[in-house]
Design a protein around this ligand. Structure first.
Ligand code: GLU
Length: 415
């Protein structure tokens, strides 16, 4: 955390983004003030008992960037490099995302600074429960509703919910989303991030009859990356490359995605690089492949000043949060590369989280068809609004999305 010109700045990228909007006249100086800083920052350093009896201090955060439109909403990620700057930036994106998609939520994010691979299952459970004990006073169905993010899943959500319910002494499934279906989770939540992006891509490429002509490279083969690979493959797109933390594979004629998924998940081979159906490439090489569509679906900050000149894709869909740095974005825009921004492209996750929250509050259970139908409607409405504004005012999709989202947040400010 640093002070700049006597102002506390917890997120350099948010500052750059909003100042960029102010320079372009999208935000007035007064509006800039509202969006430049996170509203509330929480940090905890709490002890957790390890299996060998020792104690470890766990550092964790929750940032509520803006609460103008409703309770905070946003996932919790477990990652060794999580810090306040990153969590603030992600909370900022969540605030814009919920605003753009017209959800009755503000934007928040949580992070735990650990590598989950270093811990046993029971240690992870104690870390997860500890997180709730630290922050529960600032969380709740009408206050701030967590969800999964990088390296967290429905099992972790179930532990967190159980801890919360023990503390408050009542059933409260709307406290957290992304739960297992048997604990009040929604149908379709697990695939919703990729599903939302898929609906957008169907619309984006609706004029192209033969989808085999569209080559796609996807960085990441986890919950978002593997599902979008499968959906695109089934719809006839040519997925030529995918990767995970260990590296990637490439086949110019297209990969056999259903066999690859089976190989990684059912046969538990854990990495795509061992699959015998393409040549091995690095994650860096995947980003610079000459493809029609590039989908970064893993971590943030992967396309930067350093590698942007090498990027050859004509279109980029940001399925991860913040994969393109502010500088790289400027360069890509100047080159005419179309960027479908994260706050739109990956909003399917939080949209279905909203449906889950509604079902919990109303004690209902919707079918998968109903969830997907509503998701499609909501995400395409946001997509169309962004497209319209970008054409009308000659803005990139990213700037148009930011403008719509920022204005709605600012319009709800009560001073
Ligand atoms: N972590 C997801 C995101 O970045 C989902 C958040 C949520 O469902 O609240 O959008």
């Amino acid at each position: 955390m640093i002070y700049l010109e006597n102002e506390l700045v917890a997120c350099q990228k948010c500052k750059l983004e909003v100042e960029g909007m102010a320079e372009k006249g999208i935000l007035t100086p007064q509006e800039l003030k509202i969006l430049k800083h996170p509203r509330r920052i929480l940090e905890a350093n709490y002890p957790v008992r390890m299996d060998d009896g020792s104690l470890k201090i766990i550092t964790a955060f929750r940032v509520q960037y803006n609460l103008n439109l409703g309770p905070g909403k946003g996932g919790i990620r477990f990652h060794p490099e999580v810090d306040l700057d990153e969590v603030s930036e992600l909370a900022f994106t969540m605030a814009l995302k919920t605003s753009l998609t017209q959800l009755p939520f503000g934007g928040a994010k949580g992070g735990v600074r650990i590598d989950p691979k270093d811990f046993s299952e029971s240690e992870l459970e104690r870390i997860s429960r500890g997180y709730v004990r630290e922050f529960w006073k600032f969380l709740g169905p009408k206050t701030d509703i967590p969800a999964p993010d990088v390296n967290t899943n429905s099992k972790i959500m179930a532990w967190m919910l159980d801890e919360y319910e023990k503390i408050v002494g009542e059933k409260s499934p709307a406290f957290i989303t992304g739960k297992p279906v048997e604990d009040g989770g929604s149908e379709g939540r697990d695939k919703s991030t990729a599903m939302g992006a898929f609906y957008i891509l169907q619309e984006e490429y609706k004029e192209i009859e033969n989808k085999k002509d569209i080559s796609v490279a996807i960085q990441g083969f986890g919950n978002a990356g593997s599902v979008i690979a499968e959906l695109l493959d089934e719809a006839g797109f040519k997925v030529v490359a995918v990767s995970d933390v260990s590296g990637g594979i490439y086949n110019k004629d297209g990969l056999d995605i259903s066999s690859l998924k089976k190989f990684v998940y059912e046969e538990k081979n854990h990495s795509v690089i061992l699959f015998d159906g393409g040549e091995e490439i690095t994650n860096g090489e995947l980003l610079t492949l000459d493809v029609d569509l590039l989908i970064p679906a893993a971590l943030g900050g992967v396309i930067t000043r350093e590698n942007v000149d090498e990027v050859k894709a004509g279109k980029i869909l940001e399925l991860a949060n913040g994969p393109i740095s502010v500088e790289a974005e400027k360069i890509l825009e100047e080159r005419g590369v179309v960027i479908i921004p994260d706050l739109l492209a990956n909003a399917g996750g939080v949209i279905v989280s909203y449906f889950e929250w509604l079902q919990n509050l109303d004690n209902e259970h919707w079918s998968l068809e109903e969830v997907n139908e509503k998701l499609k409607e909501k995400i395409l409405l946001a997509y169309k609004k962004v497209k319209e504004l970008s054409e009308k005012e000659n803005l990139s999709l990213k700037k148009a999305a930011y403008k719509i989202a920022a204005k709605r947040i600012i319009g709800a400010e009560k001073v």
